[in-house]
Design a protein around this ligand. Structure first.
Ligand code: FMN
Length: 266
């Protein structure tokens, strides 16, 4: 199948990629360099990437847990596990670059219609390449859409209500401001773009529809943090997290920045 072939081929130099288990060879044994063929296939993915229709974004069928795992790994998967980060005791460089290896971003997933994954909100833990429940279960996509409708009634956020899964990038500002002070805002925004594009490209490579969504006000972002219990913090412990950034007095450690609805093509 061309699509499967292309995923495996992109994954070849990257030991630890979930797609490797679908391969007939073990990429971790060989670690070959990138080939001209890989460039051709990467160009195909880049050329195919397109945001789905705002008004009718997704088909009704579910996506699979393998889709979610592949997208999560593309976003924040660890590719060099033994290399130290900025944080003492925390090792593992990831698929996307990070200013000073400070890793301010976290990835959460709302699984709505995902075969093999119970409905609910999950946190991706890069060190374990695992999705962990935030403790919030059941259908959530409509509630996410309603938060947007409440703040802007003219909005028709089918990108949330009809999504099979919603990928949410959050940041912990202090992780990066600790090293870069006032540069942190800029660096975190740049990193969100890197990680967001990885999500979009893996969704595209797997034949899925997507649409990124930035429009969400301060109150709505705080409501989302509450709804989905975006409070996990696997990177820093209390000793290295003296004063976390708290937008508008929010208690949330993780500030939702960017949202990407994913589903089958309409
Ligand atoms: C930072 C950012 C925020 C976006 N926010 C929204 C949004 O709130 N609602 C929406 O429907 N699309 C949103 N989009 C998608 C853009 O409208 C879309 O990328 C653009 O029309 C170009 O289309 P393409 O993605 O197919 O190349 C956003 C894209 C980016 C990069």
């Amino acid at each position: 199948m061309p699509q499967r072939f292309f995923l495996v081929s992109l994954a070849l130099p990257l030991c630890g990629c979930k797609a490797s288990s679908e391969s007939t060879c073990d990429p971790c044994d060989t670690q070959p360099g990138l080939t001209g063929e890989a460039e051709v296939q990467l160009r195909e993915v880049l050329a195919a990437r397109r945001s789905t229709d705002y008004a009718a974004p997704f088909g009704p069928n579910p996506i699979t847990v393998e889709d979610v795992e592949a997208i999560a790994w593309a976003a924040q998967g660890v590719t060099l596990p033994d290399v130290p980060t900025h944080w003492p005791g925390v090792k593992g460089l990831r698929t996307a670059p990070s200013a000073g290896a400070t890793y301010p971003l976290d990835l959460y997933v709302v699984a709505e219609r995902v075969t093999g994954l119970e409905q609910g909100a999950y946190h991706y833990v890069p060190a374990n390449d695992a999705l962990e429940s935030t403790g919030v279960t059941g259908p959530l996509a409509e509630a996410v859409a309603q938060i947007r409708r409440d703040e802007y009634p003219a909005s028709d956020p089918k990108v949330f209500s009809d999504a099979a899964a919603i990928f949410i990038l959050t940041d912990t500002f202090q992780r990066t401001s600790d090293k870069y002070g006032p540069w942190a805002d800029l660096y975190i925004a740049i990193e969100t773009g890197h990680v967001g594009q990885n999500i979009l490209l893996m969704a595209t490579a797997r034949g899925l529809a997507h649409r990124p969504w930035g429009a969400m006000g301060t109150d709505a972002r705080e409501q989302l943090a509450e709804l989905l219990n975006l409070s996990a913090d696997e990177l820093l412990d209390e000793a290295t997290r003296p004063g976390c950034y708290q937008p508008s007095g929010s208690k949330a450690l993780h500030w939702p920045l960017y949202f990407i609805g994913v589903g089958q093509k309409p």
